[in-house]
Write a protein that binds this ligand. Structure first.
Ligand SMILES: Nc1nc2c(ncn2[C@@H]2O[C@H](COP(=O)(O)OP(=O)(O)O)[C@@H](O)[C@H]2O)c(=O)[nH]1
Ligand SMILES: [Mg+2]
Ligand SMILES: [Zn+2]
Length: 305
């Protein structure tokens, strides 16, 4: 423990030590320090809002626990929100890995929403189509997902059960977060990548009295000194309340060349005359499914105003 002695009282004043949140569940956090020690911590006061991946300053308590005093400024923050609350997913990540599988079927809307959140934070994206060993079922999913490859996203087909090697080069040098619905194979991927992960997860699950096979909290794992992966609980929805209408359109990378070229500067690209996005869609430069999804998102927002 780092101590300095105050001249006036001669009592030791503990110096906060810097660490990283490697697990977050409710108001409890596990913070890892550079010497690999892990300490169970809570936030100072009633404050909430720290998340896996955060760099924090921790003060030790006499009970062998820690109190998080400050959260360092974040380079990125992935979160979702509705009108009532925000849910933080991970901080300081450099890559979002969207994990999909043909079985159970995945929700395209969730993919689009994850992509918007990623673009909004300027975080690069990798899409994985897992369970490629289920060849027949995977084929049609792969054909559908080629849309995203055409947009410029990297789409990787693999089987977490058979071989995760194709994923390794993409993880190198990144703090990645795995997101997706439950059942897509996120935890299976982690276990294949990090042989000790299962044990770590089980230990925390037992401590939390949670089921062994469901991920109930986010957990950061180290692949090597420079590459880290966060497993997150399954997502059923991805609210984008925090992203305004203009930024929503920027969340669709293929819209970029056309934004600002509409007849009306406040065009929402619904059915305004002279809309550059509508024209691009008619000329087949923009996929009708993506513009349709954008419009559905915008109109559902307007309706709730
Ligand atoms: N056939 C097949 N099944 C897989 C693969 N990856 C995961 N699964 C299965 O899919 C189910 C859900 O996996 P899990 O990792 O718990 O998904 P998570 O909820 O996204 O963490 C489990 O029964 C896994 O055994 C794969 O590559 N191929
Ligand atoms: Mg899981
Ligand atoms: Zn427009």
């Amino acid at each position: 423990m780092n101590l300095v002695y105050s001249l006036s009282s001669a009592l030791p004043i503990p110096i906060p030590i810097t660490g990283q949140i490697v697990a977050a569940f409710g108001r409890q956090y596990l913070v890892e320090f550079t010497n690999e020690e892990i300490l169970s911590c809570v936030m100072r006061g009633k404050k909430n809002g720290a998340v896996c991946g955060d760099q924090v300053e921790v003060q030790r308590t006499t009970m062998g626990q820690g109190v998080i005093e400050t959260i360092s400024p974040r380079s990125t923050l992935l979160y979702r929100s509705n009108a009532f609350r925000e849910k933080l997913i991970a901080a300081n990540i450099t890559q979002i890995i969207i994990v999909l599988a043909a079985v159970p079927s995945f929700d395209v809307e969730l993919v689009n929403r994850c992509l918007i959140a990623a673009e909004n934070q300027n975080i690069k994206v990798l899409i994985i189509l897992n369970k490629a060993d289920l060849i027949e079922r995977t084929r049609s999913a792969a054909i559908f997902l080629s849309l995203y490859r055409e947009l410029g996203y990297t789409l990787l087909e693999l089987s977490a059960k058979m071989d995760v090697a194709p994923l390794l080069p993409y993880l190198q040098g990144n703090l990645s977060v795995l997101v997706g619905q439950s059942g897509m194979g996120k935890s299976t991927l982690i276990n294949a990548l990090i042989p000790t992960a299962d044990r770590a997860t089980a230990k925390i699950s037992i401590a939390l009295d949670a089921g062994r096979h469901t991920t109930t909290h986010a957990h950061l794992y180290h692949l090597n000194k420079k590459s880290h992966v966060i497993d997150s609980p399954g997502l059923q929805e991805f609210g984008l309340h925090h992203i305004n209408n203009t930024d929503l359109a920027w969340g669709f990378i293929e819209f970029h060349p056309y934004i600002g070229k509409c007849k009306f500067s406040d065009c929402l690209h619904i059915k305004e005359p002279g809309c550059a996005l509508t024209l691009a869609m008619q000329e087949r430069k923009i996929d009708i499914r993506r513009l349709g999804f954008y419009r559905k998102l915008i109109t559902s927002r307007e309706a709730t105003l």
